[in-house]
Design a protein around this ligand. Structure first.
Ligand code: ZN
Length: 143
């Protein structure tokens, strides 16, 4: 466990395309602008969603499908690097048409209806992910 200081760099503002995969579209935006590390937030709506929940005991993700229109109440996450590639880690809180909420770890399979994304670049030491034995997760290894 550790920490380090980063400074805010550029802010990338993007409107994600209708029908795009949410995670892939966010990755495409940060790659397009060369963001190596950053904090992201977004609001909008999804046509359908796939979220994951991490089973801490079994150390595996369980995926859940929601085949319904959903509001993106909060898309929150970060950008770092894993094996030289951009790694977007995002969680979403989503609302159903009755106002109830659900949420989880964003995986491939979230189809964008509309999404307004803001990514704030973080300037500092490279932020890399690698396997963490204790949790089984790809956590930051450079902190
Ligand atoms: Zn997660």
């Amino acid at each position: 466990m550790g920490s380090d200081l980063y400074s805010p760099g550029r802010s990338v503002v993007a409107r994600l395309p209708f029908g795009a995969d949410l995670l892939a579209a966010v990755a495409a935006v940060v790659e397009e602008h060369g963001v190596e590390a950053g904090a992201l937030q977004g609001v909008g709506a999804l046509r359908r969603a796939r979220l994951a929940f991490y089973d801490q005991r079994r150390q595996t993700y369980e995926e859940l499908d929601f085949d319904e229109p959903l509001e993106i109440v909060a898309l929150l996450g970060n950008v770092s690097r894993r094996d030289g590639d951009v790694a977007v880690h995002a969680h979403a809180a989503l609302a159903r048409n009755d106002g109830t909420a659900l949420g989880g770890h964003v995986v491939a399979g979230c189809e964008v209806f509309a999404c307004e994304l803001v990514v704030v670049e973080l300037i500092g030491r490279p932020l890399e992910r690698g396997h963490d034995k204790q949790t089984g997760l790809p956590l930051w290894t450079t902190l």
